[in-house]
Design a protein around this ligand. Structure first.
Ligand SMILES: [Zn+2]
Length: 352
């Protein structure tokens, strides 16, 4: 496995931009070229790294990327949109709504504030000192995640064309299908399928070598999407995060979700919080031997269990900034507890 990010061929005129360790923010992209046309699938988390990626993209000389397809609305897949300079930015309606609900400027300000908090020792407060420790832990976790990125320069751009269900495109005479599976990882997830080449760009419907994150769900919707992807019998699946994969990894993620559904239900019966359930499950002596026992960022199970708990209680998904900050603080707490036990958590990707 390559140690650093690079473009990798996944077929004739098909390439994937791969970060081998695909944890927080280190997302993959796809490129489809042929017949004088070039279409990009997803960007990086900011404009700078999107430009860096495009500077070495295998686009034939004299051609440019005219179309950009977005698999979903998370910033790490769409905040480089402006840097691509495509004539057309295509996304499902749900992805468009999601993209418009996110504010890169607000995110940049929060990141700066948390970076300041993470550097400053928090003075002991009267009352429970644990609160101050929690804030410091949350700030450090967020700062390690956000430090390599220039969100302040990002200008939200696109989409210029939306669809629901399936959109059939052609690039250089070959069929490219965009399939909107509805809500699963995010409020709207789309995969990009090249039927003749049996290649799928799965977006964040697939994570490889790193724990998935489910912000929205339903988890059964995500499992149904994985079954749909497997039914396409792809030879190659480019995940949203992690190395290039195949149908086996789709099945593995399905197994992970069935496991997570089981431990989530047990945790709720035992009146444990998602963070307590996740910590107990990951510290379990049998966890290491599970197929996902060595995945990066195991603490992200907290987020997925929180989404499942809200689903079980009939509550709205994790969406507001406050909800997300709360669940990220709990995730940072579990990461610290795992580190204290000598276990790996998030790598926080390559240095800036
Ligand atoms: Zn992602």
């Amino acid at each position: 496995m390559a140690a650093t990010h690079q473009w990798q061929a996944v077929g004739e005129g098909l390439h994937a931009w791969i970060h081998p360790i695909g944890d927080w923010g280190w997302s993959n992209a796809g490129l489809i070229t042929g017949g004088g046309e070039a279409l990009l699938v997803d960007t990086q988390w900011d404009e700078r790294r999107t430009r860096d990626m495009l500077a070495i993209a295998p686009v034939p000389i004299g051609e440019r990327i005219t179309r950009l397809v977005l698999t979903h609305g998370d910033g790490d897949h769409v905040w480089g949109n402006r840097a691509v300079g495509a004539d057309e930015i295509i996304a499902s309606t749900a992805t468009a709504d999601h993209l418009h609900s996110e504010d890169p400027g607000g995110f940049a300000r929060s990141a700066r504030l948390l970076a300041a908090v993470s550097k400053a020792p928090i003075p002991p407060l009267p009352g429970p000192a644990g609160r101050a420790r929690e804030l410091g832990r949350f700030a450090r976790y967020m700062t390690r995640m956000t430090a390599p990125w220039a969100y302040g320069e990002v200008r939200r751009t696109g989409p210029t064309r939306t669809f629901d269900g399936v959109l059939e495109l052609e690039v250089g005479g070959r069929a490219v299908r965009l399939v909107d599976v509805g809500s699963a990882h995010s409020p709207g997830d789309t995969y990009v399928h090249l039927p003749a080449e049996q290649v799928v760009f799965a977006g964040d419907l697939l994570f490889v070598g790193v724990a998935p994150v489910m912000w929205i769900g339903p988890v059964r919707g995500w499992i149904a999407a994985l079954d749909e992807l497997r039914a396409l019998e792809p030879k190659t699946v480019v995940p949203g995060h992690g190395p290039i994969a195949g149908p086996g990894e789709l099945g593995l993620l399905r197994d992970y979700w069935e496991w997570a559904i089981g431990i989530g239900a047990d945790g709720r019966n035992a009146k444990l919080s998602p963070a307590e359930t996740a910590l107990q499950a990951i510290l379990d002596t049998e966890h290491e031997a599970l197929p996902w026992g060595s995945w990066w960022s195991p603490e992200r199970l907290v987020i997925s269990l929180t989404a499942m708990e809200r689903e079980a209680q009939g509550r709205s998904p994790i969406h507001s900034l406050v909800d997300r900050a709360r669940v990220m603080a709990a995730t940072a707490g579990v990461a610290e507890a795992l580190r204290n036990e000598g276990l790996a958590t998030t790598s926080f990707g390559p240095p800036a």
